[in-house]
Design a protein around this ligand. Structure first.
Ligand code: SF4
Ligand code: SF4
Length: 145
């Protein structure tokens, strides 16, 4: 766990807030067969990086996620992340307890980006992916709220 990481109750509040919004006002998994969820299961290179402390929301013994602990020293991660970070894979895609899906699942295909002023912006994922996300490929208009 990363020292000083966000508290469990803060993550629970964030999850509750994000339960009410989504990048698009429909289940985008219906237009691609839930490509990103299925890739997170079938490819060793794809999974879900939990934010520092986000693991506190989850039960490591729950049967729908597998867990891997990574050292922050071995990856290019924000400089404030020290210690262990958790990479999870979903074992039952595209089905999961929706109220528990990680933040990365809720914001994809957008990624958080801090500009030089420290302002948070959400930008389209520009990493290479082993699947085609129609929201990125077709630049589907997102819900700006
Ligand atoms: S984010 Fe993209 S790949 Fe994932 S379910 Fe939605 S449209 Fe499909
Ligand atoms: S946790 Fe849910 S939303 Fe995230 S990859 Fe698994 S099935 Fe998809």
């Amino acid at each position: 766990m990363i020292k000083g990481s966000t508290r469990k109750r803060t993550y629970k509040a964030i999850y509750r807030l994000l339960d009410r919004v989504s990048p698009v006002p429909f289940d985008c998994g219906t237009i691609c067969g839930a490509a990103c969820c299925n890739a997170a299961y079938s490819s060793d290179d794809v999974g879900i990086m939990l934010l520092p402390g986000e693991e506190k929301v989850h039960d490591r013994n729950a049967d729908w996620l597998s867990w891997e602990a990574l050292s922050t020293d071995e990856y290019e991660l924000p400089g404030s992340w020290h210690g262990k970070i958790f990479f999870v894979r979903c074992k039952t895609p595209p089905h999961c307890p929706r109220h528990l899906r990680p933040i990365q699942c809720r914001s994809f295909p957008l990624l958080p980006h801090l500009d030089e002023d420290g302002t948070l912006q959400m930008i389209f994922n520009d990493y290479d992916l082993p699947y085609a996300c129609p929201m990125i490929e077709e630049e589907i208009e997102l819900d700006r709220t």
